[in-house]
Design a protein around this ligand. Structure first.
Ligand code: HPA
Length: 255
């Protein structure tokens, strides 16, 4: 089945799950799509369901099970598949390292800006091939209305979240050096992750309202004593992703 043959129904809210969120427990899954787009296959099947009265589409950014590294994700196919299945909004979930002093492990942040340090990724639909060259505005890379809906949902649930943050998108899959984090901090970055770009830009190119829920899973390199371990990251993900799920559920209620 190609995504073009899928009948678009009610507009949907797409959720792109990152590390630690490869499956959505919450919505009642009604259908599983395995789209093949004109730009290739997305990272995972797309699960469709109803959640708090909304049609939702869920895609696991790194595949399910988690296997696709950040620089090899077909971001274009992921966004295109969601768009062709009827998505109008995308809530992205990103596990990140904390740079700013209040971005401690377990903290949830709704970033408002991005600095892109990635390279070599297919970062546009307007490549003169898939679509004619065009230049989108990305002054505010996240959709402000969607961001405010998430922040309002956190308020209703009395969840303490950071309502801003500059997200640094790095290439990965390795983590950063101390000097790199010092540079990012000097650049004004508060959070660091590997998948925020080109995803946000591609969503804008397709006219999708896009915002991110970041879960801080470790202090960035040099922001704590010692090295960053996967065990430490996994422990924070295990304890924190439930809150992210609750926040998505509450956000859907308010949309
Ligand atoms: N750096 C980059 N990406 C990340 C980190 C980090 O410290 N933690 C989780 N994703």
């Amino acid at each position: 089945m190609t995504t073009e043959t899928v009948q678009k129904e009610t507009p949907a809210i797409a959720i792109i799950g990152g590390t630690g969120l490869t499956q959505l427990e919450g919505p009642e899954i009604q259908q599983t799509h395995t789209p093949e787009t004109r730009l290739g296959q997305p990272s995972s099947a797309v699960e469709e369901g109803q959640w708090n009265g909304r049609r939702v589409l869920f895609l696991a950014r790194h595949g399910h099970p988690h296997a696709v590294p950040p620089h090899k994700i077909n971001y274009r196919a992921n966004l295109l598949a969601l768009k062709e299945l009827g998505a109008t909004h995308v809530i992205a979930v990103n596990a990140v390292g904390g740079i700013r002093s209040d971005m401690v492990s377990g903290r949830i942040a709704i970033p408002h800006q991005v600095v892109d340090y990635t390279w070599g990724r297919e970062g546009t639909f307007f490549d003169g091939d898939f679509m004619p060259l065009d230049h989108i505005d990305l002054t505010h890379p996240y959709d402000e209305e969607l961001r405010q809906q998430i922040i309002a949902a956190a308020d209703r649930r009395e969840m303490a979240v950071s309502d801003d943050g500059v997200y640094a998108a790095t290439q990965g899959p390795r983590l950063e050096t101390v000097a790199e984090i010092v540079r990012l901090e000097r650049d004004g970055c508060d959070l660091v992750g590997m998948t925020g770009m080109p995803e946000a830009a591609l969503a804008r190119e397709l006219g999708l309202a896009y915002a991110s829920i970041c879960l801080v899973v470790n202090p960035a390199a040099g922001k704590s004593d010692g090295e960053i371990t996967m065990a430490e990251i996994k422990a924070v993900i295990d304890s924190g992703m439930g809150q992210v799920r609750d926040l998505i559920a509450e956000t859907l209620k308010g949309m």
